[in-house]
Design a protein around this ligand. Sequence first.
Ligand SMILES: Nc1ncnc2c1ncn2[C@@H]1O[C@H](COP(=O)(O)OP(=O)(O)OP(=O)(O)O)[C@@H](O)[C@H]1O
Ligand SMILES: [Mg+2]
Length: 407
Amino acid sequence: MPKNSYVVGLDIGTKKVAAIIGEITEEKKVEIIGIGTAESRGLRKGIVVNLDSTVDAVKKAQEEAELMAGVEIDAAFIGISGAHIKSFNSRGVIAVSGKNKEISREDIKRVIEQSKAVSIPPDREIIHIIPQEFVVDDQDGIKDPLGMSGIKLEVNVHIVTGAITSVQNLRTCVARAGIEIEQVVLNQIATSSSILTHDEMELGVGLIDIGGGTTEVAIFERGSLWYTSVIPIGGDNFTNDIAVGLRTPIPDAEKIKKKYGCVSHPLVDEQETIEVPTVGRGKKPRVLSRQLLADIIHPRAEEIFRLVDNDIKRMGYEKSLNSGIVITGGTALLEGLEEVAEEIFDLPVRRGDPSGAGGLVDRVGTPDFATTVGLIQYGYNLYKETGLPRDRKKGFWSKFKDWLKEA
Ligand SMILES: Nc1ncnc2c1ncn2[C@@H]1O[C@H](COP(=O)(O)OP(=O)(O)OP(=O)(O)O)[C@@H](O)[C@H]1O
Ligand SMILES: [Mg+2]
């Protein structure tokens, strides 16, 4: 009976650190068996700025998930974000080697390698090179050129880079928590695995993950990733707007946002009221109209969507969004957000709740777990291609035992 296999996702966000342990079942599915979360205090706008408190949060989330699952985490897929992430499209070209001009695995590797030949500043490292499509002798739109015949092989790729120091700080935190890194994965790529449908990614879709400190954007079309960006505005800004607008402490503003928050004035009944604690001890809470709250936070939602819309238009992707826009991340829980987005993008908008895994999926079925659930799905898909870690990385003793068995 083979030992069970696990896939672990670790999302180190600005608001929370979340760890999910997935078990790969014999029916070749992922079942969520462990979930751990911890408040995050060591990040600013998606970037680690305090190692100690981030390590503490990672350990706390890890322990909680391990306790629930009854297994220990040794390796995990880690999400990365922050405004230091820069991504762009590039192209590689090679002459097909071999006598009969049949494209081999080696050629595919070589052409992808060649696409990296663009100059990357010395303070950046490559996080992903994602092939979008191959071109064989000017025939484009090829997904898998293996075995095809041709003289020239080209590939269009999307390259994601990050600031070496920021990536390193993230790695250090995970290492200090005693977790091995399977792979650092761009948040948007992870999130797409739990949120977007195959059809959306084929037809063209914009993914917007509004978290606590950041808004992460990605555009997919023809099954590939074409554009990503990170805007350093998120749910925390809504909370601040409420604290200032209603003159109430931040923790109260956060509670009010979650309980009564709505970004669209017309969706709120005139009669509805909210109770707002006042700054200063002994003062009575005030009763205000909920429409006032909507008026306070509406401009922030509009600002975020306008920034994304301008970005999409500036890059020329407005024609790519045939399936519209999908909003996720914790802030997607704000009432009325889809309506505001629909107005600004003039496109259909839906909220994305993570799906696709089994087990305790109900407990992580809200948009704040989109990235973490996505990480285990991304990891699982990778394992399907490359084999499970236990089959890949064999220590001396297990190799020796295998050898004895075979001998
Ligand atoms: N019910 C709710 N209504 C409104 N906002 C909510 C609700 N629940 C959570 N949020 C907000 O969602 C944000 C956190 O989202 P999420 O957990 O996706 O962030 P994160 O991944 O930690 O941060 P980031 O992605 O920016 O690094 C917070 O600003 C929080 O106030
Ligand atoms: Mg996030």
